[in-house]
Design a protein around this ligand. Structure first.
Ligand SMILES: [Zn+2]
Length: 340
């Protein structure tokens, strides 16, 4: 092992055992510091860190005969068949033991923790790149779970257009109060619902037509490919191999472009949400009204259920006010999200 790599390994053990970083924290830290990962990728994954922290090779124990070939794959042998071989240790065995202990403890804690709840998980969107925000929790520290800060996260490393963190404590109440407003205005609610339905039908119709056009174009290109082949094989038509290959490549490229768009539209059509009955929406509006009249407060999961029913999407622009879309308000006109 190269000394540099050994340094990185030791550093990882150090960060986990002594600096109190989480596995995710270590992965982010190494990635941010541009330390090359052993897999050759530019970012470190949590699983890579975990594998390193559990690897006994670093305290000088390696095993030979751990696995055997089974066709194309390798399968692990029973542990008593492993043959230990000594290697040069690079991690202090005491730190190694501390790390194993901490890994065990954290695993036990994770099992006890309830899954975190986010009112708007999967519902917060970026109007610029069209991608949904992920959920995360900024931990306040041990035993201070109630001070943990739930957040929605946008991150360029994950393919988003920029880095941004939005506090759920700030945005959740704003969204909920807008939804309450929407539900308490029955006339507007119905109008919005009907408009959304109309818009969905119009979009679906447009996409179906586009799909037909694309499929016709596809057939035409396939035919063109077949004709080209015939022409090439026909001795009367003097088509050189270079010409033939050039034209074939052009046709294949065209087909690929068409297929990509066909796939995209099919996916969109398959993901069209089924509209709820307006009566169902009204029934939920009734519940919200009761809540406001001083009856029991709706629990976060009950609120979530209403948001899901309404198919709420929250768009948060870089500047200016957020807006909602759903079965109460049709989507705004904007550039196709997936056309980039
Ligand atoms: Zn974005």
């Amino acid at each position: 092992m190269v000394e540099d790599e050994a340094d990185v390994i030791r550093y990882i053990f150090e960060l986990y055992a002594r600096e109190g970083l989480s596995i995710r924290g270590i992965a982010e830290h190494l990635t941010d510091d541009d330390i090359p990962s052993p897999t050759g990728r530019s970012s470190w994954g949590k699983s890579t860190i975990t594998k390193i922290l559990r690897n006994e090779t670093y305290i000088g124990t390696n095993y030979y005969n751990k696995s055997k070939r089974n066709g194309k794959d390798r399968e692990q042998r029973a542990r008593e068949k492993w043959i230990p071989i000594d290697t040069t240790p690079i991690v202090d065995p005491r730190i190694f033991r501390e790390v194993q202990e901490k890994l065990r403890r954290n695993k036990a804690v994770r099992r006890q923790e309830p899954r975190r709840f986010y009112l708007l998980s999967g519902m917060v969107y970026c109007p610029d790149c069209g991608r949904p925000y992920a959920c995360q929790t900024q931990k306040a520290g041990k035993h201070r779970r109630k001070n943990d800060a739930p957040q929605y996260r946008h991150r360029s490393r994950e393919g988003h257009c920029r880095n941004r963190i939005i506090s759920a404590r700030k945005v959740d109440p704003v969204v909920w109060s807008r939804i309450v407003e929407v539900l308490l205005d029955p006339d507007n609610l119905r109008k919005g619902y009907e408009e959304s339905l109309e818009q969905q039908q119009a979009t679906t119709k447009r996409q179906r037509l586009r799909l037909e056009t694309l499929e016709r174009a596809r057939q035409k290109h396939e035919k063109k490919g077949a004709n080209l082949m015939t022409a090439y094989l026909d001795p009367d038509i003097q088509l050189t191999k270079t010409e033939y290959l050039q034209q074939r490549t052009a046709i294949e490229d065209e087909l690929k472009t068409l297929d990509a768009e066909i796939d995209e539209i099919r996916t969109q059509l398959a993901s069209v949400a089924a509209p709820p009955e307006f009566e169902t929406i009204e029934a939920f509006a009734g519940e919200v009204r009761e809540q406001l009249e001083g009856a029991d407060d709706l629990s976060p999961p009950e609120k979530r259920k209403i948001l899901e029913l309404l198919h709420v999407r929250v768009f948060i622009p870089e500047e200016g006010e957020l807006w909602l879309e759903g079965w109460f308000d049709p989507p705004r006109e904007r550039q196709s999200i997936t056309s980039r």
